[in-house]
Design a protein around this ligand. Structure first.
Ligand SMILES: C[S@@+](CC[C@H](N)C(=O)[O-])C[C@H]1O[C@@H](n2cnc3c(N)ncnc32)[C@H](O)[C@@H]1O
Length: 309
């Protein structure tokens, strides 16, 4: 069987948004991602975003509004951590949230009270590409834009980064986080570029399969920013782990299935051809540490800071 044909029966996860939302939510419930980013927010975010914004555009005042844009905000847990820190220096914030998945957007909306604590919201249930297409020329610019683990899903990464950079106000900061290419998700997806690909076909090269799947990582963001000649600096990465013991249980469970679907970005990965299934599970195990009978998948996110002069 041609290598790419083994994948033909597997549907990419993002073709079913509600299954995606369920798998993502389950995965987050067994990961320490939020704790890791909370710690990162208290330290690096305050230094590289809040303090830098204060230095470059000045503190917020009663008539000075900080304009913030979230891209692929999910259910908002991470952006709300950021907003809490920004509020300390900028008491009036307008937050535009671009999130295409209805389930996740509703969860975000349920967490916030409109205009509470000086934040107003603009909810945009769109993909970034459609949001950008709807923008008028000379539309508002943003002082802070975050794209946390969402650049996997945009169709054209260069175009997306270019558009986000264009939407920055002078002195503004764009923060992009994405899986490191060397560990965890990045390593798994580099090893199996056809997984989750929307156009699995016999003649597709691994490179085009990776491009049509959602398997981008820090290496792709580096390359895109260099090609676009957009200056950036990376100061940081944060590590997190996900408890995935049920993926390896002989007895099938809904939790194990959801976890495997999220890791592989396919729907019902358990139904994959046996040899592929075993190879992928072995690769996942390589990024795990075992503790007290449980398996913990180790991953890292790289944080890119992009500023507009
Ligand atoms: C891995 S989740 C991250 C969610 C959130 N930022 C977090 O870290 O908790 C990726 C998010 O990107 C959203 N997304 C998918 N395609 C997108 C697109 N084309 N433009 C913007 N967001 C997209 C998904 O719906 C999902 O909420």
């Amino acid at each position: 069987m041609a290598e790419s044909n083994k994948y033909a029966i597997l549907r990419p996860l993002f073709t079913d948004q509600s299954h995606y939302a369920k798998a993502f939510k389950y995965c987050m419930s067994v990961a320490d991602n939020l704790e890791a980013i909370q710690k990162w927010t208290n330290e690096s975010f305050c230094e590289h975003v809040v303090e830098k914004l204060v230095a470059d555009i000045g503190e917020g005042t009663d008539d000075k509004l900080l304009r913030v844009l979230g891209v692929g905000s999910g259910s908002g847990e991470i952006e709300l951590l950021f907003l809490d820190k920004l509020l300390i220096k900028f008491p009036h914030i307008h937050s535009c949230v671009v999130e295409p998945c209805a389930d996740l957007l509703e969860k975000y909306q349920a967490k916030v009270e409109e205009n509470a604590m000086g934040i107003t919201y603009d909810w945009q249930m769109y993909k970034l590409e459609d949001f950008v297409a709807n923008q008028q020329e000379n539309s508002q610019k943003y002082h802070f834009i975050s794209a946390i683990s969402s650049m996997y899903y945009v169709k054209d990464l260069n175009q997306a980064l270019r558009s986000l950079h264009d939407m920055l106000a002078p002195g503004g900061i764009l923060l992009v986080t994405i899986a490191a290419d060397s560990t965890g998700y990045g390593k798994l997806w580099r090893t199996f570029p056809y997984l989750g690909s929307e156009t699995s076909s016999q003649d597709e090269s691994p490179e085009s399969a990776a491009a049509s799947s959602h398997h981008r990582d820090s290496g792709h963001v580096h390359d895109a920013l260099r090609q676009l000649q957009i200056p950036y600096y990376i100061d940081d990465e944060y590590a997190f782990q996900t408890k995935i013991t049920q993926c390896f249980d002989a007895k099938q469970s809904e939790e194990g299935d959801l976890m495997l679907d999220f890791l592989t970005h396919t729907i019902r990965f358990r139904e994959a051809p046996k040899d592929l299934y075993q190879q992928v599970l072995a690769c996942i195990k390589e990024s795990c540490v075992q503790n007290g009978g449980d398996w913990f998948f180790q991953s890292k996110s790289v944080c890119f800071f992009i500023t507009k002069l």
